[in-house]
Design a protein around this ligand. Structure first.
Ligand SMILES: NC(=O)c1ccc[n+]([C@@H]2O[C@H](COP(=O)([O-])OP(=O)(O)OC[C@H]3O[C@@H](n4cnc5c(N)ncnc54)[C@H](OP(=O)(O)O)[C@@H]3O)[C@@H](O)[C@H]2O)c1
Length: 385
């Protein structure tokens, strides 16, 4: 069996080559041959030893979430937090009909922390969610990126308007503003907000970094995010950070997009630092900013008046925790919604670049150049032997 393991605090060169190890069937476990596994920013943090773990297969006390999240991955763990594969074998005492899992089922994981970057793993049936095979036929390897990107987007769009106490509880024709609009989660958020599958329709305004991109490259990115991403507006972050007048102009554009002529009611922050402060200036009083990533490595700073007088709500979201805390049927419903959105042509996933697990060094080198790419692609590992 191929496995990609890592040492504590490694550099890129320290990641061990695939190892062989043996697995045995166990009670109510089934064997999944992994097909494809995306490489997400959190996987980098896990390998760096900077990401808390929520669950490990050998945790004795799986119910004690606080104990689990306070520990970090010890050295020698297997990388990979999600992905999809096919069930090839059911364990000896497998409970039939609990979960419609059978040999040949295409599945993804219902909990994180399993270490998916390997060709094969034994896993409790209850920790698997089924995926329609049509998704694989339609998308190929790219389909494996759907669950965490789309799941995070769905949850943030549907679960957080309730925090906006003095505001209406549905997106209606309200405005959502996000940074890292060209990220995988950002692309899913702007598209899912436009589907009727979530029972609401909102406008999404995306902020993106110019970085070293040329004018034509920025134009291409903007067109991509408007057409494929279905954003209502794409704004270059650096222009706002340098110019108060540009912020005022954007505030007016947000009011024009809103059916109630208000600023954004929901802001989604994957960056932190000045970018998050910018989002707070674009929120309607009583609105909510959900922080789900910290790509800049900088913290989130909130002005005291923003909390007291504007009643802004500043909260966080962690998809692993949501997956840990919710029952299988709710998670399966979310997967079904995402699969339907893709199969109905409502949502397009980010492009992917596939590398065999054995070529991990080439894959990681390719990944490190993605900030220069006009349209970001996701790195996907092909785990098949
Ligand atoms: N909380 C959760 O449960 C959860 C779930 C999924 C994802 N996430 C987080 O969501 C974020 C996006 O994930 P993803 O998989 O969608 O990412 P992705 O597709 O790899 O995109 C990364 C994004 O981060 C931006 N970025 C990279 N370095 C940056 C920096 N130094 N300063 C500012 N922006 C930077 C990139 O912009 P450029 O193209 O300009 O570099 C791009 O927009 C990550 O922080 C990830 O950890 C959280």
């Amino acid at each position: 069996m191929d496995v990609l393991q890592y040492k504590s605090d490694p550099t890129m060169d320290d990641i061990s080559p695939p190892l062989f190890s043996s697995c045995r069937p166990n009670i109510e476990l089934c064997r999944v041959e992994m097909l494809h596994v995306p490489w997400n920013p959190a996987d980098v943090n896990v390998v760096q030893g900077r990401y808390p773990r929520i669950n490990q297969p050998d945790d004795n006390d799986n119910n004690n979430i606080n104990t689990n999240i306070s520990r970090h991955f010890p050295p020698g763990r297997i990388a990979g937090s999600e992905g999809w594969g096919r069930v090839v074998e059911l364990g000896q005492y497998h409970c039939h009909n609990v979960h419609a899992i059978e040999p040949g089922s295409l599945v993804t994981l219902g909990v994180s922390g399993w270490g998916t970057m390997r060709s094969s793993l034994w896993i409790p049936t209850k920790d698997l969610l089924t995926v329609p095979s049509a998704l694989y036929d339609q998308l190929g390897p790219a389909g494996c990126t759907l669950f965490q990107l789309g799941g995070t987007a769905i949850r943030m769009l549907t679960d957080f308007m309730a925090h906006s106490s003095s505001l209406s509880l549905s997106l209606g024709n309200e405005v959502v503003i996000q940074n890292a609009g060209n990220s995988g989660v950002g692309l899913m958020t702007s598209q899912l907000a436009k589907t009727k599958l979530l029972g609401n329709v909102g406008s999404v305004v995306s902020l993106v970094r110019r970085g070293s991109k040329s004018l034509p490259e920025m134009k291409e990115l903007e067109e991509y995010l408007m057409q494929v991403g279905k954003c209502d507006l794409v704004v270059i972050e650096e222009d706002l950070l340098q110019d108060q007048q540009a912020v005022k102009t954007l505030q007016q554009q947000l009011r024009d997009l809103s059916s109630t002529h208000q600023l954004a009611k929901l802001a989604l922050n994957a960056v932190g630092g000045p970018s998050a402060q910018l989002l707070l200036k674009l929120l309607e009083p009583g609105g909510t900013m959900v922080t789900y990533g910290g790509m800049s490595g900088q913290g989130v700073s909130v002005g005291t008046p923003q909390l007291i007088f504007q009643d802004l709500h500043v909260v966080g979201y962690w998809h692993s925790r949501w997956m840990k805390q919710h029952p299988v049927h709710e998670k399966q419903q979310m997967i079904d919604t995402l699969a339907k959105a893709v199969l109905d042509g409502l949502v397009t996933l980010p492009p992917v670049q596939v590398f065999p697990l054995q070529d991990f060094q080439q894959g990681l080198k390719w990944q490190s150049n993605q900030s220069n790419a006009t349209i970001r692609s996701k790195l996907v590992w092909d785990c098949q032997e």
